[in-house]
Write a protein that binds this ligand. Sequence first.
Ligand code: ADP
Length: 481
Amino acid sequence: MRILMATSEFHPYSKTGGLADMVAALTKTLAQKGHRVGVVTPLYRGIREKFPELRPFDWQMTLPLGGSHVSARIWIVEPVAGMTIYFVDQPGFFDRPGIYNENGADYADNAARFIFFSKAAIHLARYLPWGPQVMHVHDWQTGLVPMLVQQQRLAEGWGKATPVMLTIHNLAYQGIFAADAFALANLPASWFNPGTAEFHGALNMLKAGIATADVITTVSPRYAREIMTEEFGCGLDGLLRHRADVVHGVLNGVDYEEWNTTTNPHLKFHYRADQLAGKTRNKTALQKELGLPVNPRVPLFGSVTRLAEQKGVDLLVPALEEMLGRPMQFVLLGSGDGHYERSLRSLARRHPDKVAIRIGYDQGLSHRIEAACDFFLMPSRFEPCGLNQMYSLRYGTIPIVRATGGLDDSVVDPSENQQEATGIKFTEYSAAALAHAMRKALALYATKPALRAFRERGMKADFSWETTANRYLQLYGTVMK
Ligand code: ADP
């Protein structure tokens, strides 16, 4: 098959979260399976300097954007055979310090930036000589793609327009803008209505995509069910129920070439399920690195997360306050909302011998934390898929998760199946419930054979992309018909 992806993030070129990892791993797997894959993504600041192998592509486009025209050039790179990444070079929109925001404020022209990006992706889908058969687009940034494609089919002579698959990585981010931003799409004004892009009088780019995509996926089966309920639907549950026959939940996989404990360049000490000494060495090395007392026996809890309401950070601090009287340590790497940063820093100041907090974004440290910890905390309010719990499993680090979305789909609690348990789950969204789960973890830690069994099962659990990619191929096949 010939597939063209459009994504606002693509690891290792740009990343703020799981979207970047997911698209990178899915496309790599598809290409390795012999499919022709293209990826369209913005050329953000710094990419060309960091990846000098990018080369100019002989392609110039000038596209309407509301009342004006905007031009872009394209840079390409072929990281694996069968896959080409097309970077949309539009410096006015993308040569900036941030991807979506700067100093905590979203860019005021995000609608223009990503409507233009969507148009550029469609332009490539239509005119690239290798003729993509399906477009696979991601999140609100590309939400208008299905409508824009429809317009080209109906009014601009694109008879063989590609079908469009939309993947929702997080329904909480919808791309909502003042209604007049719809004019940037150059679509008929009558297409702006409550059945499509209009949402309480505003433009909602994700809603437009949900209303008009040929097929919709989200990143875990449980989240696919959750988003059709009022509690998780973020105002779009009615529309999603209406489109239920084309909505599919496909659990993301893990790129084990990157996230592994045996050949990983980010780890000082390598280890395997039957040779865990290296894991303990990583633990003491991290304690040293982060300035905690070095002690291989103390249970070490960790977290790597965006500091956002979604991630349950407001449970972490009170639950830790309750638990830190016991022998344990906690490390966290994260960045995001200032008030979470402050409360975590204050926790670390009050418990300098037990808590280490690093604010920032650090890929290497995220691997070292995964490898060093005994337990990994993910008390999310909601979690479309979540990747860190699957990374944790492979790293022999037992995940403690709230039973929601992909966390529920990928971790097995003893109450579900004693023989196959890989982690600890809790249900109620409260600090008390999280603390209770942490007490269970400490009890497990004290029972070495059980601890070993959890670790071994987790390390053997297989979330490789093969299964996930096959499911996507199947869906591309149905939509192409
Ligand atoms: P989300 O996409 O909602 O942020 P996921 O669990 O799906 O959550 O993916 C998060 C990804 O981002 C993981 O690869 C995680 O390791 C990474 N990550 C999050 N915060 C940081 C950080 N501060 N430093 C390094 N990596 C981070």
